[in-house]
Design a binder for this molecule. Structure first.
Ligand SMILES: C[S@@+](CC[C@H](N)C(=O)[O-])C[C@H]1O[C@@H](n2cnc3c(N)ncnc32)[C@H](O)[C@@H]1O
Length: 272
């Protein structure tokens, strides 16, 4: 059997990546603005929040879970919406990456709960990788697919105002490293979607309708996935029966060639 070295392929894809980064308007915006976000992904959440009812900005949104949060762009966006001020970015060279090596070489990591009286609500961010401290965000470094992780996140959400550890919004931008096999990558995306859904069903606040027909918003789930028929089945079987509304969204700031998309699921019905 012939052996093919992988280095030339790596060089080629890395050159293509650099060329794409230099043309990307979201990368340019980030680099020209020294006090903004740690990742290009932040622009996706800003766009989604702005176009879809500013669900992060509502006073009723008080507890948010950010799954697959490193390096922290989405958590920064949530923290801003909760009234925290971002510190100047010092990690321009990390931009657009979720790579271990670039994140791990940095300083100390926050695992302390924030003082819940200073700003609105609670933000819990989790990743396999460490996340540098973000004002207003409690970070957890763990594998979300490992047994017991849901309990740890719920415990982190608990406060005197929220003794059950309920979540108003669950965000998941989690993505496993690409294996190159479409079947395997789709299966990984499906496993992540199932794990997030299982967590969401035990944590999201339930949509209620009062006797005059006035409805509360109910819990929101924003879930990244990769397009594949298996994932469409997941949507039909798990999301549509359990949420008031489910939308498929491909943000403008998501690369056109990528198979990624998001489901924005609004109004958790609490049926499951
Ligand atoms: C696209 S990046 C997230 C970017 C992030 N939303 C931001 O704004 O900076 C995907 C993240 O999912 C994380 N991830 C993948 N599988 C995971 C797992 N099983 N548990 C926790 N995090 C995971 C990766 O480590 C990676 O940091």
């Amino acid at each position: 059997m012939s052996f093919r070295p992988t280095l030339p392929l790596y060089k080629k894809s890395s050159t293509a990546w650099l060329a794409r980064q230099s043309r990307d308007p979201f990368v340019k915006a980030r680099l020209s603005s020294p006090s903004s976000y740690r990742s290009r992904a932040a622009y996706k959440l800003i766009e989604l929040n702005t176009k879809w009812g500013r669900f992060l900005s509502r006073a009723s949104t008080r507890s948010v879970v950010d799954l697959g949060a490193a390096p922290g762009g989405w958590s920064q966006v949530v923290a801003e919406n909760f009234g925290w001020t971002l510190e100047a970015a010092d990690d321009a060279e990390d931009f657009g990456l979720c790579e271990e090596a670039k994140v791990q070489k940095r300083g100390s990591w926050s695992t302390e709960p924030m003082n819940e009286t200073t700003r609105r609500g609670k933000i819990v961010a989790l990743d396999l990788l460490p996340i540098r401290p973000i004002p207003g965000v409690q970070t957890l470094q763990m594998d979300f697919l490992a047994p017991g992780s849901a309990r740890v996140v719920k415990d982190a959400l608990k406060s005197s105002r929220n003794p059950e550890g309920a979540a108003d919004v669950v965000l998941s931008d989690m993505a496993a490293n690409f294996s190159g096999s479409k079947i395997r990558d789709s299966q990984m995306s499906l496993d992540i979607c199932h794990a997030v859904f299982d967590f969401a069903k035990g944590a999201l606040t339930v949509r209620t309708v009062d006797e005059r027909g006035k409805a509360s918003i109910g819990g929101i789930l924003l879930l990244k996935h990769f397009s594949h028929p298996l994932l469409q089945e997941f949507r039909k079987e798990y999301l549509e029966p359990n949420f008031h509304l489910v939308h498929y969204i491909k943000p403008e700031s998501s690369r056109a060639g990528s198979a990624e998309g998001y489901w924005l699921c609004r109004g958790w019905l609490g049926r499951t």
